[in-house]
Structure formats: structure tokens, C-alpha cells
Design a protein around this ligand. Structure first.
Ligand SMILES: Nc1ncnc2c1ncn2[C@@H]1O[C@H](COP(=O)(O)OP(=O)(O)OP(=O)(O)O)[C@@H](O)[C@H]1O
Ligand SMILES: [Mg+2]
Length: 265
């Protein structure tokens, strides 16, 4: 029973250090789950850190329907920040937290390019070097999991001409499908999917979320997340949830929004 756990990039921004979403706190929460026997594969974003890195170099950031428009300079920065700084700091925090929690697993930081584990094609030339996942080779991830390691994946995929920047939610859904994970958990900076009154929904069907999108209640970064939930559910991932960082820190009790293929019975 594998859980793919996606940590939102907004939680990993440098300015979050020390706040509720700090890396050490998140790593400790993940380590407690691993110590309790949960097999885990992590996927992370790094949106906040990447935007800050680009801003420091006067490179503008532009999003289209929740996806980062990725020119050549942004792709280079994405490789450095996502597969570099964010991935390695998170891996280091986990390798501090795992033994402290009594977990035998050790974290290995990598991305979709390693072992060509997640492959992608250019999604839409207008978005630049943005990938749409087309497949991949799960052997490396399976070998790591079987040997007791905890893969930590930055959301860069193997494209036909080099790395492609893939939305981390869509990357996580692809990883969950490829690894036939039982559970996919999106940990983000809101408590769950919020309704028109700003309240988190306990459960929501894909159809209900599409309605919220048409009503303008669901937008921005939640759009690729919705597409990722759909992808994962259609690939047979049984439980797909969107939760806040506070819920991850609090423990395994149900929280946030469970997304279902159809209306809950
Ligand atoms: N109906 C909604 N419910 C909850 N959040 C929503 C909704 N509509 C839009 N959002 C936005 O979606 C954001 C979460 O997506 P976002 O892509 O910013 O974070 P993430 O996926 O956790 O991080 P990253 O993309 O860096 O990995 C929320 O912070 C909120 O601003
Ligand atoms: Mg996102």
C-alpha cells in the first residue's frame, strides 16, 4: 500500500521557514507516517522558491490557467531550484527526521529525469518548456521503494529534447498511477478545496468540482490540481485527497477534501 504525498511548493518557500509550513515540521510529519509503516513516495513543487529566484534575476513570472509559462531561462532556473535547492533541502530535512522518528527508510532526492521515471511531451508550445506526462519507466522508483528508500521527486520530466517543467500535481498523479499507489495526498496551503463560502468541502466529486470551476470558485493552482485528481482517479488510485499543511502536521486523522470519481453514495 503506497501513498504518493505531494508537498505544495507554497509550503516550501524560503519565507515559510519557521512558520507552520516549515520544512523541518513537514519532514517530521512525513517521518512519523513512515515510522508507522506507511510506504511513501514524495513529490514536491517549488513555485514560491522559483518565483523568488526569478524575481531576483529580473525574470518575470507568468501563469496561464495555473501553469507556469516556461521559457528557456525559466527552465534553467526550474532545474536549479526544483531539482537542486528545494529537492536537496527537503531530502536533507527528511534524512534528519526519519531516523529521529525511528523510521528505517532514508530519503533519495531525484526527479523524473532519473531513470527516465516520468516522461513528458511538450504540452502546448505557447507555454514553452512545459510538459504533459506521457509515461515513464517506474523501475528505478520501484527498486528504491523495495530497498526501503523514500523517493523525493522534483517535478521535472524527461522530454524528447531534455528536461520539461511539469506541474507538480500532474506529476504526482502520474507517479501515483505508474506506481499503482493506493492513495494520493495533495498537501497545500489551504485546508482543502474551498466552496463558494470559502469553507473546505469534506468530499467532492469531479463533477461538483467542474461546476465550481464554471462558477469561478475554483481557479488558479486548483485547476491543474483538479485535472490531476481526475487523472489519478481514472488510473485507479483509490483515495485522492487535498489537505492543508496543518492537517499533515496534526497526524493521520481524516481532514481536508476527499475527491471522488462520482457523487458520494
Ligand atoms: N476553490 C478553491 N479552493 C482552494 N484553493 C483554491 C480554490 N481556487 C483557487 N485556489 C487556489 O489554489 C491554491 C493552491 O494551488 P497552488 O498551485 O498555488 O499550490 P500548490 O499546488 O500546493 O503548490 P505548487 O503548485 O507550488 O506545488 C490556493 O492557495 C488557492 O489560492
Ligand atoms: Mg500547484
Amino acid at each position: 500500500m503506497l501513498t504518493v504525498l505531494k508537498l505544495g511548493g507554497s509550503l516550501l518557500s524560503p519565507e515559510r521557514a519557521g512558520a507552520a509550513g516549515n520544512w523541518d515540521g513537514l519532514a517530521a510529519a512525513v517521518a512519523r507516517r513512515a515510522a508507522a509503516g506507511e510506504a511513501l513516495c514524495l513529490v514536491h513543487g517549488g513555485g514560491g522558491a522559483l518565483t523568488a529566484f526569478l524575481a531576483a534575476r529580473q525574470i518575470p513570472t507568468r501563469f496561464h490557467q495555473g501553469l507556469r509559462v516556461t521559457d528557456a531561462a525559466t527552465l534553467e532556473a526550474a532545474v536549479m531550484v526544483l531539482a537542486g535547492a528545494v529537492n536537496k533541502h527537503l531530502t536533507a530535512a527528511l534524512n534528519h527526521a526519519l531516523p529521529a522518528a525511528g523510521a528505517a527508510a532514508r530519503a533519495v532526492g531525484l526527479c523524473g529525469l532519473d531513470g527516465a521515471c516520468i516522461a513528458a511531451a511538450v504540452a502546448d508550445p505557447a507555454l514553452g518548456h512545459v510538459g504533459r506526462v506521457t509515461g515513464g519507466d517506474p523501475r528505478l522508483l520501484r527498486a528504491l521503494l523495495a530497498a526501503g528508500f523514500l523517493p523525493v521527486l522534483a517535478s521535472l520530466a524527461a522530454g524528447p529534447d531534455g528536461p520539461l517543467n511539469v506541474n507538480a500535481d500532474q506529476f504526482a498523479a502520474a507517479a501515483a498511477g505508474a506506481l499503482t499507489a493506493a492513495r494520493l495526498l495533495f498537501v497545500t496551503d489551504v485546508e482543502g478545496v474551498l466552496d463558494g463560502a470559502g469553507q473546505p468541502l469534506a468530499t467532492a466529486s469531479l463533477a461538483a468540482l467542474t461546476q465550481l470551476t464554471h462558477a469561478g470558485t475554483l481557479h488558479g493552482g486548483m485547476l491543474p490540481k483538479l485535472a490531476a485528481c481526475r487523472h489519478a482517479l481514472e488510473q485507479g488510485v483509490a483515495r485522492v485527497e487535498v489537505i492543508g499543511a496543518a492537517a499533515l502536521l496534526a497526524g493521520p486523522a481524516p481532514a481536508g477534501t476527499q475527491i471522488t470519481l462520482g457523487s458520494p453514495a
